[in-house]
Design a protein around this ligand. Structure first.
Ligand SMILES: [Zn+2]
Length: 398
């Protein structure tokens, strides 16, 4: 094989030379040997002084395939002999990064492929152990994805929890409300995730004091975490989460009533869905219930609509209107509704802030599809960190 041809293909130039290639036809591999010219000198990795070479080792890294052959670069790595530091192993950063099993080009190929297929599938396709690929991926996410943020500009943050697998192994995801960037992903959903986020900001040149607002669900642990670690910030409870609680109350009212009122059977979604998403038959049925006004469920339903209207009112009118809504709601004396009102009292300021600011976690709604994709791409991941890295990667398009 023409060594000079391969030299130009690989961008090998003085002091580097290709001294040999070996083709292993049986296992379809090519080894390319890259050496340095005799008498070459290299900087000491400690102090940078140009030193003579003491001895050397070969480092073997996987490169892009050559035809159907897996290609490996065997790069001669010199150990320098420095007057001050003694004998030191250098690293040649022309083809691969230190400690990597792969050349830069191979790594770039692998990272491109992750956008298209799972790490497990890539591992099979390229014939590389998946834990080596995950390690390489980790490096990429840490140094390319996360490093490219300016954490200092972040002021409003959405926090969401999501299950790695259905129903268990939760992670908490901190997203920048203004850009939609996934800022931080923590294992678990306890209050300590706020402590970790606090440390994460410091470690990445951000400033916890810059965070003005957290948008979150009404979980006790998030509330406690925010209060403890970011006491200066405001809390906004996510409108859709509040709505979900009220929907649950409406459904509980219906469940309690359905035994006595035959016509309420099989109407669950009619009361919960957005009116404009109902079929004509459902709309007619709903109007009938409302006109009749004889069921608790219909009364509770109207309350739900007027609660929703609160998000359209002027700032100064929010509190009086909220208080009068609560008064009307209490007068119905329905247990599930009273329970919901207690939830309002427990989260009063954050709910008022939701109406005032209009901030919701909707920006991180896109996270649902990211999570869906992350579950597919990270299929067979060996530890939660791999999955977390996948969320950073997919949640922050480059
Ligand atoms: Zn030195």
């Amino acid at each position: 094989m023409d060594l000079q041809g391969i030299e130009s293909l690989l961008g090998v130039s003085s002091p580097w030379v290709i001294t040999d290639t070996q083709i292993h036809t049986q296992n379809l591999e090519i080894d390319v040997y890259i050496d340095f010219e005799r008498g070459s000198k290299f900087p000491c990795p400690n102090c940078g002084t140009i030193c003579s070479v003491h001895d050397s080792n070969f480092v073997r890294v996987r490169h892009l395939d050559l035809f159907e052959y897996r290609c490996y670069l065997n790069i001669k790595v010199p150990r320098t002999n420095c007057d001050k530091d003694g004998i030191k192993t250098t690293h040649i950063d022309k083809w691969s990064r230190k400690g990597s099993h792969y050349s830069f080009k191979f790594e770039a190929l692998f990272i491109r492929l992750i956008r298209e297929m799972s790490v497990l599938a890539i591992s099979r396709e390229l014939g590389e152990p998946d834990n080596n690929l995950w390690r390489s991926f980790r490096y990429h996410v840490k140094n390319k994805t996360i490093y490219s943020f300016d954490f200092n500009t972040v002021t409003r943050v959405c926090v969401d929890e999501t299950a790695i697998k259905r129903g268990h192994n939760y992670v908490s995801i901190f997203t920048d409300y203004d850009t939609g960037h996934v800022l931080f992903v923590a294992d678990g959903r306890k209050k300590e995730v706020f402590d970790l986020f606090y440390g994460w900001l410091w470690d990445n040149n951000g400033h916890p004091g810059n965070i003005e607002l957290f948008s979150m669900d009404m979980s006790k642990s998030y509330k406690a975490g925010q209060r403890e670690y970011f006491p200066h910030s405001e809390v906004v409870f996510d409108r859709f989460h509040i709505k979900k609680c009220l929907n649950k109350a409406i459904n509980d009212v219906r469940n309690a009533e359905v035994k006595d009122v035959e016509s309420l059977k099989k109407t669950k979604y009619m009361w919960l869905k957005n009116e404009k998403n109902l079929t004509t038959t459902q709309q007619e049925k709903l109007s009938e219930f409302i006109l009749e006004s004889s069921t608790n469920t219909a009364h509770a339903y109207l309350l739900k609509n007027s609660f929703d209207q609160l998000w359209c009112v002027q700032s100064h009118a929010i509190i009086p209107l909220m208080d009068s809504w609560i008064e009307t709601a209490l007068s119905l004396t329905l247990k599930p509704i009273t329970k919901f009102i207690n939830t309002i009292y427990d989260h009063y300021n954050g709910i008022i802030m939701s109406i005032k600011t209009g901030v919701t976690n909707a920006i991180s709604e896109g996270l649902n599809s990211v999570m869906q994709l992350a579950r597919t791409r990270a299929r067979g991941y060996r530890n939660p960190q791999n999955f977390i890295d996948m969320i950073y990667f997919l949640g922050n398009p480059e």
